[in-house]
Design a binder for this molecule. Sequence first.
Ligand code: PXP
Length: 240
Amino acid sequence: MRLCINIDHIATLRQVRKEQEPDPVIAAGICEIAGADGIVCHLREDRRHIIDRDVHLLRQTVKTKLDLEMAATDEMVKIACSIKPEMVTLVPERREELTTEGGLDLSALEFKLVPAIEKLKENGIKVSLFIEPNPESVDQALEYGADMIEIHTGKYGLAKESEEIVVELEKIKQMARMAKELGLGVNAGHGLNYNNITAIANIEDIDEVSIGHSIIARAMFTGLESAVRDMVSIIRRVRV
Ligand code: PXP
């Protein structure tokens, strides 16, 4: 199972002062040295953390795989087509949200998603849709032409009671199975941390996870390289 690291929080810290440090481009290099399989960054409409300069430089420096997270707007599709990351993850975006709050409402967004997916794929970019773990969304992702889904694991991440954890995990497992059988790639992300990653790594159908907050938070105390290595070693205990 591949580990992709979301470096938005590094950029958030930089933007607090609107200066040059810390630089997410340097962070991406350290993540790769420590064993990350890919780098994720979310270019938001309001540029609150990652800015255009970062995406351009990351395209030139990332040696593993660059996953550009973005909303399916004309502006973002244009940027992605000129930068050509290996993949794009389409997410819903609300200005007021602290982080991506849920999966895409695929029915409501069909008129935006379908042309965006087509355009991105024409440009050789693989497309993943960030969705809730429900069967309708998996079917629709396939119908709209996505290459992959990213299952929103936020509810699992927040669950405290063991019953709820089991229920959420089961939903993720079933959706991963269903998507795999339909020929879709299966990623997962949001709210994953050092404690809850093992159960996710045990789901063989999940190809890749996208993790930001927990790794960057640990990095504040242990350093980024060590924080990434810790996550890699937990995953490698269950999956190669
Ligand atoms: N996947 C998606 C689509 C996201 O929007 C985010 C948050 O930016 C993540 C994964 C990573 O979530 P977290 O920061 O909780 O690890």
